[in-house]
Design a protein around this ligand. Structure first.
Ligand code: HEC
Ligand code: HEC
Length: 193
């Protein structure tokens, strides 16, 4: 409880705290190596960060730093970040134009329509917003890399990604089969941002 409160305090104070954008932009260069220029990822299973909600980015960096979200790479990256670095980096990437769905990528009509129906039936938009742009602690999904979306959904399903310990995504994916997760990733990666 106390732990949750401390996390909330960190995120809640982000808005009024003045962020040094020039310093954040300079520090973000180290992230581009994997997350791509300005946070548009070109690398398999590495998420784009551009246009993610500020709060979502802050929480995930805190989860990596405190070890509740596991990733060998990001755990060591986040270990070096102070609270002010996290606020700055989150503010920087939240302000970057989001990725655009790759309209040249091959698209499977049956998978796309299955994904659209599953997203409706499971009310993904209730939390992720109608245009899947995310809000506060909830991720942007529109035009995220398909391979990363599938990886994330599989990890929620397997229980290996729990982040803040909020059961939101675990409950959502619990009844879904792997084919459903593939359809959802296919659909969401093709949503306009
Ligand atoms: C050496 C490669 C590498 C570098 C450098 C790197 N990251 Fe990452 N990052 C990853 C990978 C891989 C993941 C996906 C982790 C997973 O889900 O397994 C990730 C995930 C993330 C996430 C979670 C995003 C989401 O949609 O869930 C955030 C936030 C993040 N990184 C921020 C940063 C920031 C800020 C920096 C720079 C300080 C940075 N990363 C540098 C590889 C890297
Ligand atoms: C009750 C609210 C809620 C619903 C409904 C919901 N989500 Fe989420 N989702 C979240 C939250 C909150 C997060 C951030 C999880 C975290 O911090 O660990 C998230 C994270 C994700 C992520 C990880 C994104 C990233 O960049 O790391 C994916 C993918 C995702 N959701 C897909 C879906 C899909 C697909 C559906 C519908 C089948 C769905 N969500 C329904 C709340 C929800």
């Amino acid at each position: 409880m106390k732990f949750a409160f401390l996390l909330a305090a960190l995120v809640a104070t982000s808005a009024p705290a003045a962020v040094d954008m020039a310093a954040a932009a300079a520090q973000a260069q180290t992230c581009f190596a994997c997350h791509g220029p300005n946070g548009i990822s070109q690398m398999p299973e590495v998420p784009s960060l551009a246009g993610q909600p500020d709060g979502f980015l802050q929480w995930q960096l805190v989860f990596f730093r405190n070890g509740t979200r596991k990733s060998p790479i990001m755990t060591s990256m986040a270990a070096m970040l102070k609270d002010d670095d996290i606020r700055g980096l989150a503010a920087f990437f939240a302000k970057q134009p989001p990725p655009r769905a790759d309209t040249t990528a091959a698209s499977d009509a049956a998978l796309l329509s299955a994904g659209r129906q599953l997203a409706q039936a499971n009310r993904c938009a209730a939390c992720h917003q109608a245009d899947f742009s995310g809000t506060q602690a909830t991720a942007r999904l529109a035009a995220q890399r398909e391979d990363y979306l599938l990886k994330a959904l599989r990890e929620f399903k397997a229980g290996t990604r729990s982040g803040g310990g909020l059961a939101a995504m675990a409950d959502v994916v619990y009844p879904l089969a792997d084919g459903d997760l593939r359809a959802l990733a296919h659909f969401l990666a093709r949503q306009p941002s």
